[in-house]
Design a protein around this ligand. Structure first.
Ligand SMILES: *[C@@H]1O[C@H](CO)[C@@H](O)[C@H](O)[C@H]1NC(C)=O
Ligand SMILES: *[C@@H]1O[C@H](CO)[C@@H](O)[C@H](O)[C@H]1NC(C)=O
Ligand SMILES: [Cu+2]
Length: 164
C-alpha cells in the first residue's frame, strides 16, 4: 500500500511539469485573427505542444475559424458553415500531435488576404513515449482511492489512448 502510494505520487509528478508548460496562444497576438497578417511569420518561432491552446480573437461576425486539412488549406476550400467556430473568442485545444490547418471562411479572406494558419504540434514531455502499461495500472488504482482532479484525469485518459 505504502509503496503503491509512492508510485502514484511519481505518476502525478510526471504530469505536473507538462501542465505547468501548457501555453495559451492568442493567434496573431494583439492583431488577433484578421486579414493581411502573416500567420506563418507569427508561428515560425513558436513550438506548439499537445495541451497548448490556440485562441482566435476577432469581432464576432467579421471572421470565423475552420479547421481543415492540408488540401483545403492550400486551395482555401471553405467547409459547410455549420462547422465554423464563430464566437469571436474561439479556443482550440491542441489535443493531438501533427500538422493542423486553420482558415477563415468569410468571403475571400483565405484566398485573397491569406487569413490562414498552419502549425505542427509536438508531443509534450512525459507523455505517451515514456509511459508504460505498468504506470497506467498503478495510476488506475490511485484513481479509485483518491480521485484525481478532472484536468489530471483528462491527461491520464489521453495517455492511455496514445499508448494503445
Ligand atoms: C480534405 O477535406 C475535404 C473537405 O472536408 C475532403 O473532401 C477531402 O477529401 C480531404 N482531403 C484529404 C486528403 O483528406
Ligand atoms: C476568451 O475565452 C477565454 C476562455 O476560453 C476567457 O478566459 C477569456 O476571458 C475570453 N476573452 C474574451 C475577450 O472574451
Ligand atoms: Cu476572415
Amino acid at each position: 500500500m505504502a509503496s503503491n502510494k509512492l508510485l502514484m505520487l511519481s505518476v502525478v509528478a510526471i504530469f505536473i511539469p507538462a501542465m505547468a508548460m501548457a501555453t495559451d496562444y492568442i493567434v496573431g497576438d494583439d492583431s488577433g485573427w484578421t486579414i493581411n497578417f502573416d500567420y506563418q511569420a507569427w508561428a515560425k518561432d513558436k513550438v506548439f505542444y499537445v495541451g497548448d491552446k490556440l485562441v482566435f480573437q476577432y469581432p464576432k461576425g467579421y471572421h470565423n475559424v475552420f479547421k481543415v486539412n492540408g488540401t483545403a488549406f492550400k486551395n482555401c476550400d471553405i467547409p459547410p458553415t455549420n462547422q465554423a467556430l464563430s464566437s469571436g473568442n474561439d479556443t482550440v485545444v491542441l489535443n493531438t500531435p501533427g500538422r493542423k490547418w486553420y482558415i477563415c471562411g468569410v468571403s475571400n479572406h483565405c484566398s485573397a488576404y491569406a487569413q490562414k494558419l498552419f502549425i505542427t504540434v509536438q508531443y509534450q514531455y512525459g507523455w505517451a513515449p515514456a509511459a508504460t502499461p505498468q504506470i497506467l495500472q498503478v495510476s488506475h488504482g490511485h484513481q479509485l482511492l483518491h480521485p484525481l482532479p478532472l484536468h489530471l484525469q483528462h491527461q491520464h485518459l489521453h495517455l492511455q489512448c496514445q499508448t494503445q
